[in-house]
Write a protein that binds this ligand. Structure first.
Ligand SMILES: [Mg+2]
Length: 374
C-alpha cells in the first residue's frame, strides 16, 4: 500500500459554550481545525485532525499546522502508511518537533492500517478492554454557582468526570474565588464521580499554597497543572495535600520520563495531538502504565475525528488507570464526521468498525486548501 495523494482541509470550529474562560485571562470562542486525508493506491482513505486550543494554551497553533505538512507531504508520498513507526521516524528525521502538526498524518495512517486489515484501531493498539469509559466535562472558569449549574447539566448528560477550571488573578478574587468555585462544583457530587481541578498552569506556587489554606478539609479532587514550569510544579507537588496530575508540561515522551524521574505527578492527561498522534500516544500509554500513573485520554480540543482517535487509544488503557476521556466533539458546534461509539453504563466504547470507524462529512470541511499527489 502506498500513499498517492494528501489533501489538507481547514475549518474553523466554533466553541459550543459561547466564550471559554481559562486562567490568566485567556478566552476562546472558536478553534482552527486542520484535517488531513491520505489516499492510497488501493483506493482506501484515512483521516486525521489537529485542532490546537488557540495559540496560548500549549506550543501549538493552527497556522503552524499547514507549513509542517507542506514540508512533509512530498516525503510521505509513495510511503506505506501501515508502517506507522517508520512514517513517524521519517517525519521526525525530516523535521524536529511540531508534533501537533505531525499528529493528523499519524492518525490517518492508523485509520488506513485499520481499514486495510478490516479491524478497529483499538484492536491494533493492543485490544479494547471492553470496559465503558467515563467522559469528562470541561467546565470553564466563571461564577461559582454558574459553574455548579454547568456541572449539573453535564451530569444529566451522562458525564461522570468533571474538569473544573480555576486560576483567578488576585484582582478577580484570587484563591478565595477559586476555593468557592471548587466547593460549588463538588457540592452535588454523586458516588463514583471524578473531579479534576485544572489551573491550566495558571497559578504561582504562592497562589497554589494560599488556595490549599483556604479550602475546607475533606474535598476529594485531583489538582491538574497548577503551574507553568517544572520548578514551580515540583515545589507545589511537595506541599500539596492533593494528588497532582500533569497536562501542559507533559507533551512528548521525554517530558513524561522527566515527570516520573522527578516524581512530579500521580497521573497525566495524555493529549493525542500534542503527543504527535496515536504512535507516540501508544508509547506514552505504556510508559505511564509502567510507572503506575493514572491517565485521562484527551486532546487540546477537536471535533469528531479527534474524538475517535481519543476513544480508540483510551479503550486500550487498563481500566484501573484510565480516569476519563474528553469528548472533544461536544466542545464544538460542527459535526465533521459520523462517529458513533456505543454507550453503556454511563461510558463509551469504540465502535466495531474498521479503522477509526468514522465517516467524514466533506461538505462540512469544504474543498481542500492544499493537495499533493504522486
Ligand atoms: Mg488540563
Amino acid at each position: 500500500m502506498k500513499i498517492t495523494r494528501i489533501d489538507l482541509y481547514e475549518r474553523d470550529l466554533p466553541y459550543s459554550g459561547g466564550t471559554y474562560h481559562l486562567s490568566k485571562g485567556r478566552t476562546y470562542t472558536s478553534f482552527g481545525g486542520t484535517f488531513v486525508r491520505l489516499t492510497t493506491d488501493t483506493g482506501l482513505q484515512g483521516w486525521g485532525e489537529s485542532t490546537p486550543f488557540g495559540s496560548t494554551y500549549v506550543a501549538a497553533h493552527t497556522r503552524g499546522v499547514r507549513p509542517v505538512i507542506e514540508e512533509l507531504a512530498p516525503l510521505l508520498l509513495g510511503r506505506d502508511p501501515r508502517q506507522v513507526d517508520r512514517v513517524n521516524d521519517l517525519m521526525d528525521t525530516a523535521l524536529l518537533g511540531h508534533n501537533f502538526a505531525k499528529a493528523p498524518i499519524d492518525i490517518a495512517c492508523w485509520d488506513l492500517l485499520g481499514k486495510a486489515l478490516e479491524m478497529p484501531v483499538c484492536e491494533l493498539l493492543g485490544g479494547a478492554t471492553g470496559v465503558p469509559m467515563p467522559t469528562i466535562s470541561s467546565i470553564h472558569a466563571g461564577d461559582p454557582e454558574e459553574m455548579r449549574a454547568r456541572v449539573a447539566d453535564h451530569r444529566a448528560r451522562g458525564y461522570r468526570g468533571h474538569s473544573v477550571k480555576i486560576g483567578a488573578a488576585d484582582s478577580e478574587g484570587g484563591p478565595a474565588l477559586d476555593a468557592e468555585r471548587i466547593v460549588a462544583c463538588l457540592a452535588d457530587r454523586r458516588p463514583g464521580e471524578y473531579f479534576l481541578v485544572d489551573a491550566n498552569a495558571g497559578l504561582s506556587p504562592e497562589s497554589a499554597l494560599r488556595l490549599f489554606s483556604v479550602l475546607p478539609d475533606g474535598l476529594d479532587f485531583v489538582l491538574e497543572s497548577p503551574c507553568p514550569t517544572w520548578r514551580e510544579t515540583l515545589t507545589v507537588r511537595k506541599r500539596s495535600p492533593y494528588p497532582i496530575i500533569l497536562d501542559e508540561l507533559v507533551q512528548n515522551d521525554d517530558d513524561l520520563v522527566h515527570a516520573i524521574q522527578t516524581d512530579a505527578a500521580d497521573g497525566f492527561g495524555l493529549k493525542v495531538t500534542p503527543a504527535g498522534g496515536l504512535t507516540p500516544g501508544r508509547r506514552q500509554r505504556d510508559i505511564a502504565r509502567a510507572a503506575g500513573l493514572t491517565v485521562s485520554v484527551q486532546d487540546t480540543v477537536g471535533s469528531d475525528v479527534a474524538f475517535a482517535a481519543i476513544v480508540h487509544l483510551a479503550a486500550t488503557v487498563p481500566p484501573h488507570l484510565l480516569r476519563c476521556v474528553l469528548k472533544t466533539s461536544d466542545m464544538v458546534t460542527l459535526t465533521t464526521a459520523r462517529f458513533e461509539p456505543s454507550e453503556r453504563d454511563g461510558g463509551v466504547l469504540p465502535p466495531a468498525l474498521p479503522g477509526l470507524g468514522i465517516e467524514v462529512d466533506e461538505e462540512v470541511l469544504g474543498a481542500p486548501v492544499m493537495s499533493w499527489s504522486l
